[in-house]
Design a protein around this ligand. Structure first.
Ligand code: GLC
Length: 808
């Protein structure tokens, strides 16, 4: 049985069976955030002090509340509540923010899967605030419970606070001479517990509303009037316990509803605040929704249980018991949850992404699918088709971004890698499901709506694009950038080349051969070297040419692969350079793609260990640069981000590569170096970020904040670590013919268990390691009977199959 409290620090711990992270201090080194609304409609973020934002479908176009992620006002405003003791005039906030001078006597925040609960005590009043968005609903519930712990009657006033945006998230912040004049809130004509946020009178966006279950004794909708002579920490209305009942018609619209409560000693009271949107923007529609929810506590609690069951159902697609409890808690709950959040929100909004700029990145979303696939393959399928339909160009390349709201591509093409990730995502889907029909789905190219081809041909064009766009060394051009967004000569640069893309192309061509074979497309012919040849011959030629070019031109004597060439055709990521002598990305990919011979693979990966690895993770390059050999990454100081930071996203590539080389101890060492609970526990202040989700980067050894983590939640780090630990360390990996069990673990691991849903059956896999090896499967039994090899067939019978695997 898993321990209840895991990784206890002065800021919190994992409640393992509860699938919650418990934050025990409001003074975390950064806002520690959670997401609400997990099915992509009404959604939100909430911090451990109730800072956060709500939006409907798209945080750029359809933002409901205002939120700032940077500066001294960061993590503000939020879903705030002021509680005023009318006998003493004292007031406080149950979530600590914004009345921070009133320090709670007790505090606890529990982030769960799609909900957050903050409990605190101040002046003898215990409070609990629960935030969540019921499944399939357009309402966000704030359920408040207040309990009088004293032996005297208490007379309290509650003041809610929500700050509404006036237009799209972008217009709201950048075009105030326009958006400021849209602020407009109406009170319901019959029920003064309900406010309608009427900003924009043209019905362009869903109608936001805000309501409270208790009778209302006053309201404010004008921020300035609410604050009066004070501040958000000390608003005049709360200080004086009085409202002016003003309706806003300009500037800053807020939802302050005042309710008065009397609590006898020991008495408890439940109050609901409901924030929501009516997609059909009429007050009648809004009121119909409010009436269904307001004050029905049984319905609220049932909706929470329904949400929890749904969330647990999703992450339960794979559950493990390993000797490493930190790995287990991440796989079983948090890493899976993060993958799911990434699927939902890609790069749109987090504590680090404002939600005002880019939304879904093409390469990002395609990689995110790798960690999500097994939880909801049907939705992954839909995403692949929608995304590719939105961004794929007829030359085989992709637009770099797309909007999940409008399902259209955004931004220019010219990136050398975007399209290739599609091959990986589609193969992951087919391996997970065996559903080949996805390849037959036909759709047009975004720049030529008359050209309609099936998905297989789209993927083929992706390969052809990279193969045809090779530079002087026979290696694909780097163009605007490859996976590393900060290198590249520009979309029109014909000189720079990317060794990473060259290597990736080999991997993708190999995958394409299998896709071709299993979907029976071998008869297909394509043009190659002036002739029409069978498509598999063409793909073999791609593999051969690229493997040869990379090994002949990009291998350096010191034992690693160069990163590419610059705009003048000079190599970088090579020892002859004064800076940036070695880059991480091509080394693990050379192993993953099978481009490197075993000898070269070992040398390259040993150089990763010797030259790039630190106790906080693997740095992306060394030494950090003062002059970027390509691109613009020297905007960052040495040790930050792509300039020699510990870029976490490619770290798990090294984990995968090490398992392919059979080095389980080193794979686990890499994995643990950035595993959030393990990485943050020794010094959570220095680490700074949430210990339950991965960040995009940690600062590298040359940086003054070495080890600090940032960019949490929306990052490819989540999917790739999930893949690395589950499919490569534990080695439970969907493949074309079934579920492979191919662990690569430290020799001192005695074994582990993994229970995984796969193609309509459940595999309860127990692995033992009596001989203390790192890799190798000696025997496999399924339901007591020995089976040859280590590929478990797809039973598809809805039953649980017991699998025992002995390593040796
Ligand atoms: C950011 C981008 C991602 C890119 C990475 C490396 O995480 O979202 O697309 O691959 O940086 O530059």
């Amino acid at each position: 049985m898993a321990k209840k409290k895991l990784s206890v620090t002065k800021f919190g711990y994992f409640d393992v069976p509860g699938r919650e992270y418990v934050i025990t201090s409001p003074w975390t080194p950064a806002p520690w955030i959670n997401y609400l609304g997990l099915e992509g409609m009404l959604c939100g973020m909430v911090s451990n002090t109730a800072g956060g934002v709500t939006w409907f479908q798209d945080p750029l176009e359809r933002r409901v509340t205002r939120y700032i992620q940077i500066g001294c006002n960061k993590d503000r405003p939020g879903r705030w509540l002021y509680v005023r003791d009318n006998d003493t005039g004292r007031f406080w906030s149950p979530s600590y923010q914004p009345v921070t001078r009133a320090r709670p006597a007790a505090y606890e925040c529990r982030h769960g899967l799609g909900y957050t609960r903050i409990r605190s005590t101040y002046a003898g009043i215990a409070s609990e605030m629960l935030f969540f968005i019921p499944l399939g609903e357009h309402v966000e519930v704030q359920r408040v419970v207040l309990r009088n712990k004293t032996d005297r009657e208490r007379h309290l006033s509650l003041f809610s606070y929500r700050e509404f945006v006036n237009d799209s998230g972008f217009q709201d912040l950048t075009n105030i001479q326009y958006s400021g004049h849209l602020a407009h809130v109406d009170l319901d004509a019959e029920d003064n517990r309900i406010l309608y946020v009427m900003t924009r009178q043209d019905g362009w966006r869903p109608l936001p509303f805000f309501a409270v279950s208790e009778p209302v004794s006053g309201f404010e909708t004008k921020c300035d009037v609410f604050i009066g002579d004070g501040s958000i920490e000390n608003p005049q209305a709360v200080r004086e316990g009085k409202t002016t009942d003003t309706l806003v018609g300009d500037d800053t619209a807020v939802g302050v509803l005042k309710s008065d409560l009397t609590l006898a000693p020991g008495q408890e009271k439940v109050v609901h605040y409901i924030l929501g949107v009516a997609p059909k923007p009429t007050k009648d529609e809004a009121k119909a929704v409010i009436t269904r929810w307001l004050g029905d506590d049984r319905k609220v609690l049932a909706a929470l249980e329904e949400l929890k069951a749904h969330a647990v159902g999703l992450v339960s697609a794979l559950q493990v018991e390993t000797p490493d409890e930190y790995a287990s808690v991440m796989v079983n709950t948090w890493n899976a949850y993060q993958c799911w959040i990434n699927f939902q929100f890609s790069r749109s909004i987090s504590g680090y992404a404002t939600g005002l700029g880019r939304s879904m990145g093409t390469r990002d979303s395609l990689q995110d699918l790798l960690g999500y696939m097994h939880m909801a393959p049907g939705r992954a399928r839909q995403r692949i088709l929608e995304l590719m339909g939105a961004v794929h160009l007829q030359n085989g390349g992709c637009q770099h971004q797309y909007s999940a709201l409008t399902k259209t591509g955004m931004g220019e093409g010219g990136f050398s890698d975007d399209h290739l990730w599609a091959v990986l995502a589609v193969c992951a889907y087919v391996k997970e499901t065996s559903d080949l029909s996805i390849l037959d789905e036909a759709f047009a190219y975004t720049d030529n709506r008359d050209l309609v081809e099936d998905l297989y041909h789209h993927l083929l064009r992706a390969i052809q694009y990279s193969y045809n766009d090779r530079g002087a060394h026979g290696i694909p051009r780097l163009r605007a950038a490859d996976w590393n967004d900060t290198i590249g000569g520009g979309r029109n640069d014909e000189v720079s080349e990317s060794v990473l893309v060259g290597i990736m192309l080999v991997k993708m061509a190999k995958e394409m051969i299998r896709l071709t074979e299993i979907s029976g497309r071998q008869a297909l012919k394509v043009r190659h070297a002036g002739r029409r040849v069978p498509v598999t011959d063409y793909l073999e030629a791609v593999i051969r040419d690229l493997t040869k070019a990379v090994n002949a031109r990009a291998w350096v004597r010191e034992g690693w692969y160069a990163r590419g060439t610059d705009k003048k055709g000079r190599w970088f990521g090579v020892p002859s350079r004064a800076e940036g002598k070695i880059f991480l990305e091509p080394q693990p990919w050379s192993v993953m793609a099978g481009v490197a011979s075993r000898d070269r693979a070992i040398k390259a990966m040993d150089n990763v260990y010797a030259k790039l690895f630190t106790k906080h993770g693997i740095q992306i390059l060394q030494p950090g640069c003062t002059v970027a050999p390509s691109g613009n990454f020297t905007v960052f100081p040495r040790g930050a981000k792509e300039n020699a930071g510990i870029f976490c996203h490619p770290n798990p590539w090294a984990v995968c590569a090490e398992t392919m080389l059979g080095r389980g101890a080193r794979a686990l060492e890499y994995y643990r170096a950035i595993l959030p609970p393990a990485a943050s526990e020794p010094d959570p202040v220095q680490y700074c970020a949430e210990p339950y989700v991965y960040g995009q980067q940690r600062y590298g050894g040359e940086h003054r904040e070495f080890g600090k983590c940032a960019g949490t939640w929306l990052t490819g780090t989540a999917a790739w670590n999930y893949v690395a630990v589950t499919q490569y360390i534990l080695g439970v990996r969907p493949d074309w013919d079934g579920l492979v069990v191919d662990p690569c673990i430290p020799a001192d691991w005695k074994g582990f268990r993994a229970v995984r849903r796969f193609r309509g059956a459940t595999y309860d896999v127990k692995v033992s390691n009596p001989a203390g090896v790192e890799k190798g499967v000696k025997s496999v039994r399924v339901d007591g009977k020995p089976v040859p090899g280590n590929v478990l067939p797809a039973f598809g019978d809805g039953r649980v199959h017991r699998v025992t695997v002995v390593m040796g």
